[in-house]
Design a protein around this ligand. Structure first.
Ligand SMILES: NC(=O)c1ccc[n+]([C@@H]2O[C@H](COP(=O)([O-])OP(=O)(O)OC[C@H]3O[C@@H](n4cnc5c(N)ncnc54)[C@H](O)[C@@H]3O)[C@@H](O)[C@H]2O)c1
Length: 251
């Protein structure tokens, strides 16, 4: 039943967690519209996913691009049931050196981008009988992480945005939740490791389950919140972090 013939739009759907969710959604009978700015990755993702996937190039920081994407869903698919806001970047660095531009860009992609997409999706979602938005939080929603000022501010913002949209849009039948991953093996973390800005070992040591997550494991958590087995859950951030945020064994 979950996901059957239902349409999901996934920002950042050409890679990592978004792509894993698209695969999971299609496997359970749904159709996926991948929205991403990386055109080559978008093409190969759609090709790999097959005929129940469609791609549309989008920059979530550009209102006309976002509005155009949801107009295209109205024209092509004719309806929308689920929006997953997965577009994201990481840009760590010392807080006393961070530029206004890089700080603002982080907020623009994660927080304003999720808001722009939710707003553009709203007229479609209110016509669905099972509308759901899932945003991407993080352990960074709740913790202070040195050299991640813009990322932690953005992810804390995702928590506020999720709760407010959930409270406001419940009356029109749109549930709004978030998933908060710990560290996941994707292009985002791989590039940080390659640049020497992230080290595997302290993360594994600080994670009770002792490892990074695979994108499919986060996709399962998103799928639960997006689907028809979580119909009384809204405004919640489901931590999928291997126990990182609840661990008290440091003493
Ligand atoms: N990987 C992790 O460890 C981790 C942990 C916690 C939260 N998250 C969050 O999960 C989400 C997905 O991350 P991921 O690890 O799958 O990353 P990823 O790099 O594999 O995928 C992110 C996608 O977003 C797209 N994107 C970036 N900026 C965009 C823009 N302006 N417009 C449209 N598309 C854009 C990229 O092209 C890419 O395809 C992000 O919000 C990230 O912050 C990731």
């Amino acid at each position: 039943m979950t996901g059957k013939s239902r349409i999901a739009a996934i920002t950042g759907g050409a890679s990592g967690i978004g792509l894993a969710f698209a695969r999971r959604w299609i496997e359970s009978g749904g159709k996926a519209v991948l929205l991403d700015m990386h055109s080559a990755a978008l093409r190969s993702a759609v090709e790999a996913l097959g005929p129940t996937a469609r791609g549309f190039e989008i920059d979530v920081t550009d209102r006309s691009s976002v509005d155009g994407a949801f107009r295209s869903i109205q024209t092509n698919e004719g309806s929308l049931d689920v929006l997953v806001n997965c577009a994201g970047i990481a840009d760590p660095g010392p807080s006393h050196e961070v530029s206004d531009e890089s700080f603002s860009r982080m907020l623009d992609i994660h927080v304003t981008g999720s808001m722009r997409c939710a707003r553009a999706a709203y007229p479609l979602l209110i016509n669905s009988d099972a509308a759901s938005i899932v945003n991407l939080g993080s352990v960074a929603t709740y913790t202070g992480m040195p050299q991640r000022a813009s990322y932690t501010a953005a992810k804390a913002g995702i928590g506020g945005l999720t709760r407010t949209l959930a409270a406001e849009w419940a009356q029109v039948g749109i549930r709004v939740n978030a998933v908060g991953p710990g560290y996941v093996r994707t292009a985002l973390t791989d590039s940080l490791v390659a640049e020497g800005k992230l080290r595997d070992e302290p993360i594994k040591a600080r994670t009770p389950l002792g490892r990074f997550a695979e994108p499919d494991e986060i996709a399962d958590a998103i799928h639960f919140l997006a689907g028809c087995t979580s119909t009384y859950i809204t405004g919640h951030m489901l931590m999928a972090d291997g126990g990182m945020s609840i661990d008290g064994s440091w003493y």
